[in-house]
Design a protein around this ligand. Structure first.
Ligand SMILES: Cc1cc2nc3c(=O)[nH]c(=O)nc-3n(C[C@H](O)[C@H](O)[C@H](O)COP(=O)(O)OP(=O)(O)OC[C@H]3O[C@@H](n4cnc5c(N)ncnc54)[C@H](O)[C@@H]3O)c2cc1C
Length: 176
């Protein structure tokens, strides 16, 4: 965290909400931030700390996790007010939207050859990994388990590499 807050272009560190939001707004002028609105949201969230039955989803998750002794001891810190200066400073992070999984992609056969709409391989075109539906979806189904994507991305890369090498060998033999 120290390194991120020192060198990270997307990190703002401040001691008050007003300073934090104002500086973040300056960092990203195209995405207007309303200081008063953020202040209200933080105050509403902090109020939930006094109410065990509050509806803040993050606090509910923290309280749930801390019911398990393992998480309580080493993983999940006790919740506290965001504006509690003894837990400061405040850190804001500019987020960048990305596609984490496509849950679909170019249809291929077992040699990773891309298929056209009729299911016929398109000559010389291969697809693997995310592009072929192996980053979620594909072999894993739509509820694919987190952490299972890289394996099939690598596997399809391997299969495509072998298929391309075999196709090249066949073509060399034909032209010899
Ligand atoms: C935040 C995050 C966390 C993840 N965590 C896990 C995890 O814990 N376990 C797990 O199994 N999976 C995880 N995944 C999913 C996994 O990382 C991806 O499914 C996998 O890396 C996809 O590999 P890929 O080679 O198919 O695609 P990518 O890794 O996306 O590679 C595609 C490459 O093509 C390049 N490219 C794009 N367009 C062009 C172009 N026009 N010309 C040339 N190059 C181009 C891109 O720059 C990129 O380098 C995570 C993904 C994300 C985003």
């Amino acid at each position: 965290m120290r390194r991120f807050t020192r060198d990270g272009a997307d990190f703002i560190v401040a001691t008050t909400v007003d300073e934090l939001v104002t500086r973040m707004a300056a960092l990203e002028p195209d995405a207007p931030l309303d200081v008063a609105r953020v202040r209200d949201e933080i105050a509403a969230r902090d109020r939930m700390l006094d109410n065990e039955f509050g509806k803040d989803a993050q606090l509910t998750a923290i309280r749930g996790a801390r019911k398990y002794r393992g998480d309580r001891l080493i993983r999940v810190a006790p919740p506290h007010r965001l504006t509690d200066s003894t837990h400061g400073p405040l850190i804001a992070v500019r987020l960048h939207v990305l596609t984490r999984k496509s849950l679909g992609g170019i249809q291929t056969d077992l040699e990773c050859r891309a298929l056209d709409a009729t299911g016929t391989p398109i000559d010389g075109l291969y697809a693997v990994g995310e592009a072929a539906g192996f980053g979620g979806g594909g072999v894993h189904g739509y509820r694919s388990l987190e952490g299972t994507f890289l394996g099939s991305c690598l596997h399809t890369g391997l299969r495509a590499g072998r298929a391309i090498a075999a196709a090249n060998r066949r073509s060399t033999r034909r032209s010899a």
